[in-house]
Write a protein that binds this ligand. Structure first.
Ligand code: GAR
Length: 204
């Protein structure tokens, strides 16, 4: 019996989801994914879940009048599936305090930049426009702010002179696929101790 039951929320392609599916299959991550939820229909993430035999549900945001009614359905789905840890994997919506409280301290997100720099929905574009030489990705716990919760792991990549959003994005994504399963496994092992803004990684 796996120790943690994951619910993964996605909006699109789902390569971060895939890295988690693969890490579980390879025995590197001791968890199970009970459900994959998306806010849009016909996205690759649903297909990836289907292929892996994971329950998958589209909760189409467009069918809900407001964020609260949409999120109530998400939370109900997660609870019905016995989810203990919520994983945001390319989920392009900001969660309300209602959702964050429902899974307080038990929501992780990955952001494709080195937070607290370049938060928001266009990280690679903003990184390139600013001219920084190093970028990367950040796994963090989710709090009520945007991209503002305590940082668990980060990885860096160089930003090259001829980078486009696509080439930089691909380089960052390679690192995402390494550190997201790692961060979840640390959680599973009970090795993440949150002290205010700091996440201490306990020795095994
Ligand atoms: C990833 O780069 C992830 O860091 C980013 O969306 C991409 C999803 O890729 N998330 C955010 O920007 C959240 N604000 P994927 O659909 O292939 O996993």
């Amino acid at each position: 019996m796996a120790k943690e039951v994951l619910g993964v929320l996605c909006s699109g392609r789902g390569t971060d989801l895939q890295s988690i599916i693969d890490a579980i299959a390879d025995g590197k991550l001791d968890a199970e994914i009970a459900v994959v939820l998306t806010d849009k229909p016909d996205v690759m993430a649903l297909e990836r879940a289907r292929k892996a035999g994971i329950r998958n549900v589209c909760v189409n945001r467009k069918e809900y009048e407001d964020r609260e009614s949409f999120e109530r359905v998400l939370v109900a789905e997660l609870e019905a599936s016995g989810v203990t840890l919520v994983i945001l994997a390319g989920f392009m919506r900001i969660l309300s305090p209602y959702f964050v409280h429902a899974y307080s301290g038990r929501i992780m997100n990955i952001h494709p930049a080195l937070l607290p720099s370049f938060g928001g929905a266009h990280a690679h574009r903003d990184v390139l426009a600013y001219g920084v030489k190093i970028s990367g990705c950040t796994v963090h716990f989710v709090d009520e702010g945007m991209d503002s919760g305590p940082i668990i792991l980060q990885a860096t990549v160089p930003v090259l002179d001829d980078d486009t959003e696509e080439t930089l994005g691909a380089r960052v994504l390679e690192q995402e696929h390494i550190i997201y399963p790692k961060a979840i496994q640390l959680y599973v092992e009970g090795r993440l101790k949150v002290e205010g803004r700091h996440v201490r990684i306990l020795e095994q």
